[in-house]
Write a protein that binds this ligand. Structure first.
Ligand SMILES: NC(=O)c1ccc(NCc2cccc(O)c2)nc1
Length: 247
């Protein structure tokens, strides 16, 4: 998967290109990150990328031209690789991103690519969004100092869905729970910690019982913490029984 990033702080992305699962995906060529800094596409001596907002008010707004030039450079690089890459803008005004959306984005663009536009300051001139942005996404209802962290969140979530990035066993587990439920509790050694034991079923070796227990825990945890996730969800007969506490 090829991801073009338009950002004033490309060095921030070392957090995913140099650490963990995403770093391995970059190292083995499953994920490619390429960067364009709007400041390199300025023409004035001060390399201006922002200006005061028309109509007054606090903060600054990112100007159209450096962003357009950076996006066009990213588009050319994508085209040179035969990749058609939509431009995604991360902002609090975007659609709330869910795992289902990540799966859809992965299915639609996972093998191709994306261009991620990271805003700073109070955001970008609306005319840039109208002309060049294909989709606007938000990772949550809070304001951050830039779109870089949301962009890394999206890249991380997409990278985990790429074939071979997670070991097959882990991704199988992930799939069974990312079908809209919260994850079950997890335990590992020691078996007893300061008097606290591990649920016996997990030590039983009865894989059917373990699978049932984990599903029941996910369902109960989801009902307790995120009942909204169960709204409109058709439960299987087994899920209904497990939720109602019938072992
Ligand atoms: N919730 C998010 O995905 C998110 C995204 C970006 C961001 N900051 C940069 C920015 C960008 C645009 C407008 C704006 O007001 C702020 N903060 C939060």
């Amino acid at each position: 998967m090829w991801v073009g990033v338009v950002s004033l702080f490309p060095e921030m992305f070392r957090a995913i290109s140099e650490c963990g699962v995403t770093a391995r995906a970059v190292a083995n060529g499953k994920l490619t990150l390429a960067f364009w800094n709007p400041r390199d596409f300025t023409e004035d001596n001060y390399r201006r990328v922002d200006e005061r907002p028309f109509g007054g008010g606090p903060g600054m707004v990112m100007q159209i031209e450096p962003l357009r030039r950076a996006i066009n450079a990213a588009r050319e690089a994508a085209a040179a690789r035969g990749v058609v890459a939509p431009v995604i803008y991360l902002s609090p005004q975007g659609q709330r991103l869910s795992q289902a959306d990540v799966q859809q984005l992965s299915a639609a663009h996972g093998q191709q690519g994306l261009i991620l536009l990271c805003g700073r300051y109070e955001g970008v001139d609306e005319r840039l969004i109208e002309r060049d942005v294909d989709a606007e996404w938000s990772i949550g209802d809070y304001v951050l100092s830039g779109g870089e962290l949301p962009a890394m969140v999206l890249v991380d979530a997409l990278a985990r869905l790429l074939p071979g990035v997670l070991n097959t066993e882990a991704s199988a587990i992930e799939d069974s729970f990312t079908d809209g439920l919260l994850d079950c509790p997890h335990y590992t050694r020691p078996e007893v910690y300061d008097g606290d034991t591990v649920p016996a079923v997990l030590l039983s070796g009865d894989h059917a019982a373990i699978k049932r227990w984990r599903l029941q825990q996910s369902l109960k945890r989801t009902r307790e913490r995120r009942p909204d996730l169960l709204v409109g969800r058709t439960l299987s007969k087994l899920e209904r029984q497990l939720l109602d506490g019938i072992e």
